[in-house]
Design a protein around this ligand. Structure first.
Ligand SMILES: Cc1cc2nc3c(=O)[nH]c(=O)nc-3n(C[C@H](O)[C@H](O)[C@H](O)COP(=O)(O)OP(=O)(O)OC[C@H]3O[C@@H](n4cnc5c(N)ncnc54)[C@H](O)[C@@H]3O)c2cc1C
Length: 213
């Protein structure tokens, strides 16, 4: 399916973007899923960072960080212009939202936060108890749409931003020491972080869901 870029929002340091596209009513996704994006003959996977509410308004969004000099993340952060089209696949399985738990602990780094945005949005409709620990180098990497989302979650839930440059801390320092019973742990980040946190918490939580790339 071809979709058209309607909004491109840079982070302060211009190394990441929130891209918003118009999308037809035929498209469906489940929070936590990703799509394959094809642009300028390159294809990569990107998690859907927008919510089902956004989809009702025919919008879909992605939170993308530039990690290469010439490949797709560079083109999507620096080159793509408003009204340009990209091709996306159908939404694919990745993390699943399991509503069976009372408490949810989300832990993410960098743009790995993306799939948690629509998941948290859905879980908060069910009045679940949600904690998110998110690591970034500093706030200059986060586009303001994503910052606003975090602020809106903060009104009801516990949101901890671990900023390495300012606080010189590890993400582990923000993990609550007391984990309530019946907690699902969702991890999304690089494999070291996923391994470390799983080792630390797997015997304290009811289930671990993770995605790493
Ligand atoms: C299921 C899935 C969902 C994804 N969702 C997102 C997303 O929401 N936002 C996003 O920015 N990327 C996401 N990615 C990564 C994305 O698919 C690309 O790999 C990334 O944009 C780099 O592509 P590239 O063509 O620029 O460079 P490549 O040549 O493909 O990769 C360059 C290097 O960057 C590393 N890398 C890839 N992603 C990151 C990252 N986020 N942080 C640090 N290093 C990285 C790769 O391991 C590789 O070593 C996702 C990947 C998968 C598998």
């Amino acid at each position: 399916m071809n979709i058209k870029l309607i909004n491109k929002e840079f982070s302060k340091n211009r190394l990441s973007v929130y891209l918003e596209f118009n999308i037809s009513h035929n498209f469906h996704f489940i929070p936590g899923q990703f799509v394959l994006i094809n642009y300028k003959w390159i294809t990569r996977a990107y998690s859907i960072a927008s919510t089902l509410e956004n989809l009702k308004n025919h919008k879909i969004g992605f939170y993308i960080k530039k990690v290469s000099k010439n490949w797709l993340s560079k083109k999507l952060v620096e080159d793509i212009q408003i009204w340009e089209k990209i091709k996306i696949s159908s939404a694919m399985w990745s993390l699943i939202v399991d509503y069976a738990y009372d408490n949810y602990l989300f832990v993410s780094t960098w743009t790995w936060l993306a799939p948690f945005i629509p998941i948290i949005e859905e879980l908060q409709k069910e009045n679940k108890n949600i904690t998110l620990v998110h690591w970034e180098k500093n706030l200059d990497y986060i586009p303001s749409t994503v910052i606003h989302k975090l602020h809106s979650f903060q009104e009801k839930h516990k949101i901890y931003l671990a900023l390495s440059e300012t606080n010189k801390t590890h993400i582990q320092d923000y993990i609550p020491s007391k984990i309530p019973q019946n907690t699902a742990l969702y991890l999304c980040g690089n494999s070291n972080m996923v391994k470390d946190i799983t080792n630390k918490l797997s015997n304290k939580v009811s289930k671990v869901f993770y995605e790493q790339y």
